[in-house]
Design a protein around this ligand. Structure first.
Ligand code: AMP
Length: 248
């Protein structure tokens, strides 16, 4: 099972709403969260290596989240489940919904992105593992599944090096940037994806309360960058750092 989120495209210019309640999403390009693309790619590779027979993509969100699921299907996922809601869903609510889906689907592995690039929460995978009581391996840069042994070997990028964990399946793994390079959906696969099953459900059907637990007080744009200055020598640079910027 792989969780995919529809987010503001990483190339889009982010505009904060004038009332500072959030990011303005009107008429901006939306795409699959890049870390979710990596998670989908990894799930497909697991199936191609015969580690599983089926990849199920799940997305939670408004009607357009179905487009993101079609992309996952075009990349190679076998079927999809759209948890339809127009409500704001925070990471805890997403984790509860994914936990409810996981209890129904009973996957051996749930793959997620390490974070969604819109809110940068980096919470969902961790909370999902907690709710299910499953092992977790976050920030994976390498995954080797041993389905017969019921384990996975996961290499994680940690400060100053790599850590390798063996987790017992079923487990939750979140993808880091270097796990793989996601494939592009080819035109024939985009056509084929239209025939794949995309089922729909809702938080009510899954019996999950998605009420927000966090309140966003204010969203602000970073301060505009001031122009830089050229210095003539290293001595002048040191002088400015010491006496103007007062950072050394
Ligand atoms: P976050 O904790 O919000 O940074 O998100 C981490 C990961 O959780 C994402 O890369 C997705 O795999 C998953 N996720 C978060 N929100 C959603 C959503 N609305 N639908 C599906 N998956 C989600």
């Amino acid at each position: 099972m792989v969780a995919v989120k529809r987010v503001l495209d990483y190339t889009a210019r982010v505009r904060v709403k004038s009332d500072k309640t959030g990011v303005d999403l009107t008429n901006v390009k939306m795409s699959m969260n890049p870390f979710c693309e990596i998670a989908v790619e990894e799930a497909i590779r697991v199936r191609e290596a015969k580690g599983t027979d089926e990849v199920v993509a799940v997305s939670i969100g408004p009607r357009q989240a179905a487009d993101t699921l079609r992309t996952a299907l075009a990349m190679g996922a076998d079927r999809a489940l759209h948890v339809h809601t127009d409500a704001e869903v925070q990471p805890l609510a997403v984790a509860k919904l994914l936990a409810a889906v996981a209890r129904q689907e009973q996957p051996q592995l749930v793959l997620l992105g390490k974070q969604a690039i819109d809110d940068d929460s980096n919470q969902t995978g961790q909370m999902l593992a907690g709710l299910l009581g499953w092992p977790q391996a976050t920030f994976a840069s390498r995954l080797e599944l041993d389905a017969a042994a019921g384990t996975a070997l996961v290499t994680r990028e940690v400060d100053g090096g790599l850590e390798t964990l063996r987790v017992t399946l079923p487990a939750v793994v979140t993808s880091d940037l270097r796990l793989n390079e996601p494939r592009y959906a080819t035109l024939p696969n985009i056509m084929k994806a239209k025939k794949k099953l995309l089922a729909a459900t809702s938080p009510e059907e899954l019996g999950v309360d998605v009420a927000p637990r966090l309140q966003t007080l204010s969203v602000e744009e970073p301060a505009k960058r001031k122009g830089g200055v050229m210095v003539a020598s290293a001595a002048e640079l040191v002088d400015k750092l010491r006496n103007e910027a007062k950072v050394i």
